[in-house]
Design a protein around this ligand. Structure first.
Ligand code: PMV
Length: 325
């Protein structure tokens, strides 16, 4: 029996994505720019099976996760016009569904595996569209380094895909992911995005300003301007969280430790001119980005933080890959 093994890594967005222009096709309302990480990953093993899909996450069948993946696999069956079923085993070496982009690495690794298993010969661009069907941010994890997700304008999503802007070597960034709480979040990104779209008075401004942020970040990256990259990233993150917080019901993904860390990093960057900034997704973990030169100093600060559960020191990583046995 043909078995495929793949690996994919989470990514974190510097310019954030929040909100969909089409829920059914999973098309984002805004573009985004991300970095793919190295050091944390999802490994997936996948093969064909009979009559029914089986999905094991971290060696367990989880009803919730199973109900999320079946529509994605139904889409694959429609796409290839064949009734094939899959057994999939995905293992994360980091906390699942806690704002660490486990769905990004998960669906990127599954899309990569399906492409190989069924000999679909999809290009990376097409693969990113396939991964997007599972999770919007998964499209970005198909690629390594620094990645742009195009929101596209076509109703069918044909121009909505990710592509690599720069490889891992282009700009040396180190990332420290600080874990403040590993509980599974109460409101998934999927539900949260819909709530924000329907209720936040800031949502339309968020969508309308996003192109400006994307272009500004692309220029900052072109110029390798750390301070601009940092400032744009912090403000994109806080704009996204303003939309979340002003939704009804409010989406508060932070805890008090999240806030304490933000305050310290904000002070280091804006007041003390140190090369360090933060970003946060739909969870309470804080991702702190810095230069290789400042990393040692940053780690000293992190070791002194109260109430943190753990931290991971990561670099920029590659896109989704097939692993040989
Ligand atoms: O992959 P999704 O659809 O669950 O989206 C997650 C979006 C954020 O992580 C909150 C922001 C981003 O751009 O990664």
């Amino acid at each position: 029996m043909k078995k495929i093994k793949t690996i994919a890594r989470p990514n974190i967005a510097l310019i954030k994505y929040w909100g969909k222009r089409d829920e059914k096709l999973n098309l984002p309302a805004v573009g985004s720019i991300s970095i793919t990480l190295d050091g944390i990953s999802t490994k997936t093993e996948i093969w064909l099976t009979q009559d029914v899909d089986k999905f094991y996450l971290n060696e367990k069948i989880d009803i919730d996760e199973h109900s999320k993946i079946v529509p994605f696999l139904d889409y694959v069956r429609d796409f290839i016009n064949d009734k094939v079923y899959f057994e999939i085993h995905s293992v994360n070496n980091f906390p699942t569904a806690a704002g660490l982009a486990s769905s990004a690495s998960g669906y990127a690794s599954i899309a990569k595996g399906i492409n190989q298993l069924l000999n679909l010969n999809l290009s990376d661009k097409e693969l990113s569209k396939l991964a997007r069907r599972g999770s919007g941010s998964a499209a970005r994890s198909i690629f390594g380094g620094i990645v742009e997700m195009h929101k596209g304008n076509e109703p069918d999503g044909s121009d909505c895909y990710a592509e690599q802007l720069y490889s891992t070597e282009y700009f040396p960034l180190d990332v420290v992911v600080v874990i403040t709480n590993t509980e599974v979040k109460k409101t998934s990104s999927r539900n949260g995005m819909l709530i924000s779209k329907n209720t936040s008075p800031y949502y339309s401004n968020w969508v309308n300003n996003s192109e400006y942020d994307i272009n500004a970040m692309k220029m900052a990256l072109r110029e390798k301007d750390f301070n601009k990259i940092a400032d744009l990233s912090i403000r994109s993150c806080l704009k996204m969280h303003s939309v979340m917080m002003t939704s009804n019901p409010p989406l508060l993904y932070w805890n008090s430790t999240t806030f304490e860390i933000i305050k310290q990093i904000e002070d280091l960057f804006y007041e003390q001119n140190q090369p360090v900034f933060f970003t946060i997704d739909a969870g309470p973990q804080v991702k702190i980005l810095t230069t290789p030169d400042y990393k040692k100093h940053l780690l000293k600060i992190i070791k002194k933080l109260d109430n943190i559960q753990d931290y991971y020191v990561l670099e920029l990583g590659n896109g989704a890959e097939i692993i040989e046995d």
